[in-house]
Design a protein around this ligand. Structure first.
Ligand code: NAP
Length: 334
C-alpha cells in the first residue's frame, strides 16, 4: 500500500490538472482495503480510478483512495466464460485479454479509458452495449465494517451511466474485483449505424477482433487522446426525456436524432444539441468544446478546473435556452 500525504493528483486525472489531496491511499490487496478503510470512516473520502471521468476544481481536503488491485482469471463453464478481474486493471486490457481468450461480449466497449472498478460504478457504455449487460458480480469491501461482500448485478440497480454505487451506496463500498459473464460464441452487435457502416465497408470477415479494431479506430477519429489533449471523454450525459417532450422538439427540429428508450422515454443526442447551439469547436480561454465531438470538453493547455466549469455552464445555458433541455454532466465534478 502507498499512503502519501499532500499528494498531487496530476497523474490521476485525464484533464491534466494539478490539485492536491490531503492523503492518497493506493490499495494493492483486499486485505489492505479491509484493514485501512474502516479507519477513515467519517473523513472526507473520494474513491477514484484513473480519473478519466473526473474534474478537479481545486485541492481535495480529504483522503483519495485508488485501487491497484490487479489480476485477471478465466473460468469456462459450458458456453459461458467468467472473467474475474481486479478493480485496478485497465478496462481496455480486460477487453483485449477476453478476446484473446475467445471470450466475447465486451468488444463494443473497446477503447474506453479507465479502470475496471470505475467502469462498474459508472456503467460505462458505447455502441449499444453497457457493462451492466455483461457484469455478473462485484466483490467489494464494506468501508464501515471491512467485510468483503459479493454483490450480484441485479442488486446494483444499473441505469443509463449510473448505478447504486453512485447513489444510495456512494462511498459505502470499495470495489476490489469484477466478474464478467462472457460467451464462447461471438454474436456481433452492430446496432449503431456508424459502426455497421464501417464494418460494411471492410472486406475482411466479421470477427470480434475486426469489431474491436473498427471501434478503436472510430473512437480515435472522434475523441482526443488525453495524453495529448486533456479531456474526460463525454462531458455530458445524453438526456433521456419523456416521449412527448421529444415529439415537441421534433416538431420544431425534424432532423433531430431521437432514440427510443422505452414506451414512455426517448434519448436525445447531447452532442447534436450542443452543435446546434454553435458551441462545437468554440473556446473560452484554454478550455474548449472539441471540434470533432461536441460532447467532449478539452484542456488546450493551462486550463484550471474553473475554466472548464465555466465553459460547461455556458454550454448548459445555451442548450437550456434554445431547447429547454437541462444537460447533466457525466463527469464527476469535485
Ligand atoms: P453518434 O453515433 O454520433 O451518436 C450520438 C449519440 O446517439 C450517441 O452518444 C449514442 O448514445 C446515440 N446513439 C447513436 N446510435 C444509437 C442507436 N442505434 N441506439 C441508441 N442510441 C444511439 O455517437 P458517437 O459520439 O460517435 O459515439 C459512439 C459511441 O461511443 C456511443 O455509444 C457513445 O456513448 C460512445 N462514446 C463514449 C464516450 C465516453 O466517454 N463514455 C465518449 C465518446 C463516445 P449512447 O452514448 O447512449 O450510446
Amino acid at each position: 500500500m502507498h499512503d502519501l500525504p499532500h499528494y498531487d493528483l496530476y497523474p490521476y486525472n485525464t484533464f491534466g490538472l494539478h490539485a492536491h489531496c490531503d492523503r492518497f491511499l493506493a490499495i494493492e490487496s483486499v486485505s489492505e482495503a479491509q484493514t485501512v478503510l474502516p479507519t477513515i470512516v467519517g473523513e472526507a473520502l473520494l474513491i477514484i480510478g484513473r480519473g478519466s471521468n473526473l474534474l478537479l476544481t481545486g485541492d481535495y481536503h480529504g483522503t483519495v483512495v485508488h485501487s491497484q488491485i490487479h489480476g485477471i482469471a478465466l473460468d469456462r463453464r459450458g458456453e459461458e466464460v467468467y472473467v474475474r478481474c481486479g478493480s485496478g486493471e485497465s478496462w481496455d486490457e480486460v477487453v483485449a485479454y477476453s478476446l484473446s481468450h475467445e471470450a466475447y461480449g465486451a468488444e463494443n466497449l473497446s477503447g474506453i479509458p479507465g479502470d475496471v472498478g470505475a467502469a462498474a460504478v459508472q456503467n460505462i457504455g458505447a455502441y449499444g452495449c453497457e457493462i451492466a449487460d455483461i457484469l455478473y458480480t462485484v466483490e467489494a469491501v464494506d468501508i464501515l465494517t471491512g467485510q468483503l461482500v459479493t454483490i450480484y448485478r441485479d442488486a446494483i440497480a444499473y441505469g443509463y451511466r449510473t448505478s447504486k454505487f453512485k447513489t444510495a451506496w456512494k462511498n459505502r463500498y470499495f470495489l476490489t474485483s469484477v466478474t464478467l459473464r462472457l460467451s464462447r460464441v461471438f454474436t456481433p452487435n452492430l446496432r449503431y449505424a456508424a459502426l455497421a457502416r464501417e464494418i460494411a465497408q471492410s472486406e475482411m470477415p466479421l470477427t470480434a477482433e475486426l469489431l474491436r479494431s473498427t471501434i478503436t479506430a472510430l473512437r480515435a477519429s472522434k475523441l482526443p487522446d488525453p495524453a495529448v489533449l486533456g479531456n474526460a471523454g463525454s462531458f455530458f450525459v445524453n438526456p433521456i426525456v419523456r416521449r412527448a417532450e421529444a415529439e415537441r422538439l421534433l416538431h420544431d427540429y425534424p432532423q433531430m436524432p431521437v432514440y427510443p428508450v422505452d414506451d414512455t422515454h426517448a434519448k436525445l443526442s447531447a452532442g447534436w444539441l450542443i452543435e446546434q447551439c454553435g458551441w462545437k469547436g468554440r473556446r473560452i480561454g484554454p478550455a474548449g468544446v472539441y471540434p470533432r465531438q461536441a460532447l467532449v470538453i478539452v484542456n488546450y493547455g493551462g486550463a484550471t478546473g474553473d475554466d472548464i466549469v465555466n465553459l460547461c455552464r455556458a454550454v448548459q445555458q445555451a442548450v437550456a435556452e434554445r431547447f429547454g433541455i437541462c444537460l447533466t454532466t457525466e463527469v464527476n465534478i469535485i
